[in-house]
Ligand binder design. Structure first.
Ligand code: AOF
Ligand code: ZN
Length: 375
């Protein structure tokens, strides 16, 4: 077997290990590592959560003396900084590892090639790029935050076959079934924040929380509400239990502070105004500053339309229920009439049944989007 095939196999295993941290590493990336010696895996590790050891250190610990002269295969560049834990590059050098294979550079400016440089300076052979695409999929938000200054944005929509998102008479009833709603729980659980608009809070009063344990515990995402005019009742369920952030327009800041004064876990911040509400780009910049990697958006058709129109959706998750709600029911998204150039273009990447509902996943084709900066 050539070294390339062996490296690729080991990288696949490292990616599998990294994925175990899907629900727990935030705001850190999900990272996995295997130590390979004479074609055999002699140590494995994966990063569990911020503050705990990095993948490489755990894999080295498992390998013990067998790490000397071995190859370390890691889903991300080994770090060279002292953060919550000491530098992995130093640990690899100290263990006598001869070769390091990593999927990509770490976009974190505290690392950004520094780990690779340190390893090479110590005489360790470093290969970069094995399994790059597959490894990147583990951490879309971590890369988005450092490369684009914003979280990875997923917009979730649940609709009838005729793409209607509620009953025409606005009665409160589920459109999609249990299995689809359970799947939504999984997406919320891997996200650092869940965002909605004031309209949804007023009409549906959602909790937007995670009700199942993922990994080994329930980690509640930050609940974010765009409430430009401070119109949401502080008694709404989304604010219960704290961990909420309310974005309002500057002129509504005082009113919002007064409304939420009795709720210690609710933070209120002003954002610049933009057509129809607050500035969505500013909201994303602020959330990135708060170390939000993945943002899960569940909102009504007007706000959904704004996200889409501004080309800010990286991934669309749409659940279609096998029913028809008619032309008087609200649409999937309120958007101006499309022409060939406007708005984001999407690409179907997955389709799957959840109970009787169909879930499709689409990703933005950024290079073709007329809204992408600089185009
Ligand atoms: C690695 N291996 O398993 C992870 C890395 O605060 P710290 O010490 O946990 O450092 C966090 C940063 O380290 C994080 O932003 C990212 O750049 C890198 N994460 N690096 O070599 C790992 N989780
Ligand atoms: Zn590290």
């Amino acid at each position: 077997m050539s070294a390339d095939v062996a490296d690729a196999d080991a990288m696949r295993r490292a990616i599998e290990l990294a994925a175990r941290g899907l629900f727990t590493t935030d705001p850190n990336p999900r990272v996995g590592c295997v130590i390979v010696r004479d074609g055999r895996i002699v140590g494995e590790g994966w990063h569990r959560r911020a503050g705990e050891p990095h993948a490489e250190v755990l894999a080295l610990g498992a390998a013990g003396a067998a790490a000397r002269g071995a190859t370390a295969v890691v889903t991300l560049e080994p770090c060279c900084h002292t953060g919550r834990t000491p530098p992995c590059a130093d640990a690899l050098i100290a263990a006598g590892v001869a070769r390091v294979v990593c999927a990509s550079q770490d976009p974190n400016p505290r690392v950004a090639g520094g780990g690779i440089a340190r390893l090479r300076a110590a005489g360790v052979e470093v290969v970069v790029g094995t399994g790059a695409r597959e490894a990147r999929v583990l951490n879309p938000g971590f890369f988005a935050r450092f490369e684009r200054g914003r979280p990875h944005v997923r917009l979730k929509l649940a609709a009838s076959l005729d793409a209607r998102t509620a009953f025409a008479d606005r009665r409160r009833a589920w459109i999609t079934g249990e299995a689809a709603r359970e799947d939504v729980q999984t997406w919320r659980a891997r996200s650092a924040a869940v965002l909605t608009g004031a309209g949804t809070v007023r009409s549906d009063d959602p909790r937007l929380d995670v009700r199942l344990a993922y990994g080994d515990r329930v980690r509640q995402p930050l609940r974010v509400v765009l409430d430009p005019q401070a119109s949401c009742a502080p008694t709404a369920r989304v604010f219960a239990g704290g961990g909420a952030l309310v974005f309002v327009a500057p002129e509504a800041l005082a009113a919002a502070h007064a409304a939420h004064a009795g709720s210690p876990g609710v933070r209120v911040e002003a954002l610049p105004r933009a057509a129809g509400g607050v500035d969505l780009e500013a909201a994303l910049a602020r959330l990135a500053a708060l170390e939000v990697n993945e943002l899960w958006v569940e909102c009504g058709p007007r706000l959904a339309g704004s996200w889409l129109e501004r080309g800010l959706v990286d991934e669309l998750i749409v659940y279609y229920a096998p029913r028809l709600l008619g032309a008087d029911a609200p649409p999937l998204a309120v958007l101006p009439a499309a022409d060939d150039s406007a708005g984001a273009h999407f690409e179907f990447i997955d389709a799957r049944f959840f109970g009787r509902d169909l879930r499709v996943i689409l990703t933005a084709r950024r290079e073709e989007s007329a809204c992408s900066p600089g185009s």
